[in-house]
Design a protein around this ligand. Structure first.
Ligand code: DX5
Ligand code: ZN
Length: 214
C-alpha cells in the first residue's frame, strides 16, 4: 500500500502544531521527522526534546530519520520522546547490526537509510532484521534538492533483494508527482516529501501523490 510521509523540514517552524493538525486532517500516513547533527550532514534541526513536544499534538506515526553520527546514544531518548519508527544511516554507524538491535530492543520499527552513492550490498546481512529501507534520492541535509535519477535503478535492485519479505521501501528527496511515479513503478511504497507538499496547496499536493497510479 502506498503511504505518504510529509517531511516537517519544509513546514513553518513557527506553527508546527497547526501544520501537524492540518496534515492529520489531510489523512497522511505518518510524519517524517529529520534529525540532523551538523556533523553527519551539514545542517542542524532538532532533537528529543522537540520531538517530545510535537508528540503532544498528534497520535500520527512518527517516522524519525536520524541523520546523526553515532546514532546509538540517542536511540533510547528518541523512543522515549515518542518515535514510532527510527531510521539510521548505514554510513553513520560502525556497527550497523548492533544499532539495528538497539532500535528493536526499544520496541519500535527500524529502518536503514542509504545515501545515494552507498551500495545496497551492505543490507544483505540485516534484511531479516529490518522493517524498512530508506533510499535517499538526494544527498541528505536539505530540503528542496533535485532528485537523483540514477537511484530509480537502485530502487529496482533493492525491491528485488527484498523479495517476499515484508519490508517497506521508502524514498526521500526531490519527490514530486513526476519523480514519485518513477519511484513507485520501480518498487517504492513510502514517499517522503517536504518542499513539494509544503510549497503551495498542501491538500492538492498530497492528493496528487495519493492518486498516482502504477
Ligand atoms: C533531506 C531530508 C528530507 C527532506 C526532503 O535530507 O531527509 O526528508 O525534507 O525534502 P524535499 O522533499 O524538499 O526534497
Ligand atoms: Zn528525511
Amino acid at each position: 500500500m502506498l503511504k505518504i510521509a510529509p517531511s516537517l523540514l519544509s513546514a513553518d517552524f513557527a506553527n508546527l502544531e497547526r501544520e501537524i493538525k492540518q496534515l492529520h486532517s489531510l489523512k497522511v500516513d505518518m510524519i517524517h521527522l529529520d534529525m540532523m547533527d551538523g556533523n553527519f550532514v551539514p545542517n542542524i534541526t532538532f532533537g528529543p526534546d522537540q520531538i517530545k513536544d510535537l508528540r503532544k499534538t498528534t497520535d500520527l506515526f512518527f517516522d524519525v530519520h536520524m541523520m546523526i553520527q553515532n546514532p546509538d546514544q540517542f536511540i533510547p531518548k528518541i523512543v522515549q520522546a515518542g518515535a514510532n519508527g527510527i531510521t539510521i544511516h548505514q554510513e553513520a554507524t560502525t556497527h550497523l547490526h548492533r544499532s539495528i538491535q538497539l532500535v528493536k530492543d526499544q520496541g519500535v520499527k527500524v529502518g536503514v537509510a542509504l545515501n545515494p552513492a552507498t551500495s545496497i550490498d551492505s543490507l544483505k546481512y540485516v534484511l531479516d532484521d529490518i522493517d524498512m529501507i530508506l533510499l535517499m534520492t538526494v544527498n541528505p541535509g536539505f530540503g528542496g534538492q533535485k532528485f537523483i535519477k540514477v537511484i530509480v535503478e537502485k530502487i529496482k535492485e533493492t525491491k528485488k533483494m527484498i523479495g517476499n519479505r515484508s519490508i517497506d521501501l521508502q524514498v526521500d528527496g526531490g519527490i514530486n508527482e513526476i519523480t514519485a511515479k518513477e519511484c513507485i513503478q520501480a518498487g517504492a511504497n513510502i514517499l517522503v516529501a517536504g518542499s513539494y507538499i509544503f510549497n503551495g496547496e498542501k491538500e492538492k499536493n498530497i492528493r496528487k501523490l495519493k492518486e498516482i497510479q502504477f
